[in-house]
Design a protein around this ligand. Sequence first.
Ligand SMILES: [Zn+2]
Length: 323
Amino acid sequence: MKRHSWFRLLCLGATLTCAPAANAQAAPFAVEVRYLGKALNASQQATVREAAARVSALIASPFQPVTLELPANSCDSNLPRIRERVQQFFVFVRVLDLGEDKYAEAAPCELQDGSYLPIYGVIDLNSTVLPDLPKIDLLDTMIHEMLHALGVGTLWEADYRVSLSGDSDDKNLITKVNGKYYYTGAKGLAAYRNLGGKVGAGIPLDADAGHWAGGAVCSEILSGDAGDYTGRVNPVSPLTLGALEDLGYRVNRAAGNRYTLPLNGCPAGSDEEEEAAEAEAAANSVFFASCAAARAAGAAPIRRGQPGYRAAMDGDGDGVACE
Ligand SMILES: [Zn+2]
């Protein structure tokens, strides 16, 4: 089942202007979230903030402030008019019915003149999945989709690289060989080699040309099979950091995750592993603010793996909270 998806929208600039500020202050990179329509609950919003902080920490280069004068719906339908000086990258987050087989979709919108880096993006969360999505999977999904909104997997082809003023870029970061897509960006390739990957045509990509091939990277934040590795936040590997660099971002290497390229296929998930992941997901869907709250709900003591278990409530670390 394909759980992550993304869409690419060609946002040809229409009635807009672009005027770099004379004394633009370089701000640290941050992903700002703007909700549209149906609201997320407080806990979901906290998770989205956590994802934004995670992604922001990966990027070391500042956002170039830019003035947008855009009519409504200029990137996608049901988007508001934008008339402002944009000081940091932002994403509109909406909750829409996307059908049954995916968690979310994302796309970058307008691109900066010169750098072709996105100015803002859109992330749509699936209303049919969101209510049952454990916190850990929402976190993983939002990190994944924010990376798409920043251009990873969505701005790899020259066709999509059109800037605010309508300039187009001939940079292509993928190639197609014998019907299969491969990533060819230099930094991504270097990371793949460093991890022991054999570079033929490039890094193998999923059939949609916007994700690492699931069978090549297994559990990774931009894996085509990321949606199959639930109950965890998939690692941000040097491949994805390299892909950010190939787009033109400077990255904080130290903010990436430990990652080993599986050279002999994906490790078969043992039943034990899957059960642990499921238990963790279940545990994350129930939250007690304190042991008093857990006792009041008749849930104490809570064993590790049971809904509501948190290490913070297990002072002696014996796997039983609120004894
Ligand atoms: Zn995706």
